[in-house]
Design a protein around this ligand. Structure first.
Ligand code: DC
Length: 237
């Protein structure tokens, strides 16, 4: 942090990108971070890894106290660690095993959405996310970055698109990976997750009052990234 008179600023900004599932956050955050030369923190991947660890340990995603204890153990043992992957995304390891792909299934999407509704789990992961972003020069993407994790982020972006557009993108992504899903199932998953993520009592998905809204329904990824980048550069002056 640098003090300028009474105002304390980070040398490089924190960029918070929040929004619902399938709005293009991951791709856009990855490109933006790479163009800016910033670190990328994909907070959803961290919740997904907790869901995977719970599944493997035979702990029900609905069991708040047990999932919280499990998450605490993972953090205390440094069993959950993240690293910048060569393709610019964020990779995750669980007890040394690279689980970056294993967490990207519809089942783990639902698991992450379920475990993330427990206050205990959120508290444990909050400290980890704050530590990862504290120095600035970082793009964090998630649901509550601008509202809870870094309410003082220099740049807050909220990215959305219609449920149909988001489901279509998710469907194309999953089928390209060879997963057997129908569009209707994918749309239903998107709607279920929207309801869970926005309707939960703790840190619900919500646009921060001072966040800039982007609707990617009719914009290309490149258009969104270039507008966001211009905004970050303007706020960095
Ligand atoms: O961004 P994603 O689809 O990988 O996130 C998976 C789930 O994790 C999402 O449905 C809700 C939860 N999540 C959260 O509650 N808070 C975050 N900052 C990021 C994700």
């Amino acid at each position: 942090m640098v003090s300028i008179g009474a105002v304390t600023r980070r040398p490089r900004p924190i960029v918070a990108i929040d929004g619902p599932a399938g709005a293009g956050k991951s791709t856009i955050a990855r490109k933006l971070a790479s163009e800016l030369g910033f670190l990328l923190v994909d907070t959803g991947a961290i919740y997904r890894t907790v869901a995977l660890a719970a599944r493997r340990a035979g702990v029900s995603w609905d069991d708040g106290p047990r999932v919280t204890a499990l998450a605490e153990g993972l953090v205390a043992d440094h069993a959950l660690d993240v690293y910048p992957a060569p393709n610019g995304s964020m990779g995750v390891r669980l007890s040394g095993e690279d689980v970056s792909e294993a967490i990207r299934t519809p089942d783990m999407s639902l698991g992450a959405s379920t475990v993330s509704a427990h206050q205990g789990v959120r508290n444990v992961l909050l400290a980890m996310q704050r530590k990862a972003g504290a120095t600035g020069g970082v793009v964090l993407e998630g649901r509550d970055i601008g509202t809870v994790v870094f309410p003082d982020a220099e740049v807050k972006l909220f990215l959305t698109a219609t449920p149909e557009v988001r489901a279509r993108r998710r469907f194309d992504e999953l089928t390209a990976k060879g997963q057997k899903v129908t569009f209707e199932e994918t749309l239903a998953d998107v709607q279920t997750r929207d309801a869970k993520d926005s309707g939960r009592a703790i840190a619900p998905l919500r646009q921060a009052d001072d966040a800039v809204l982007f609707d990617s329904s009719d914009m290309t990824i490149e258009e969104v990234v270039s507008k966001m980048r211009a905004l970050v550069e303007e706020r960095s002056r």
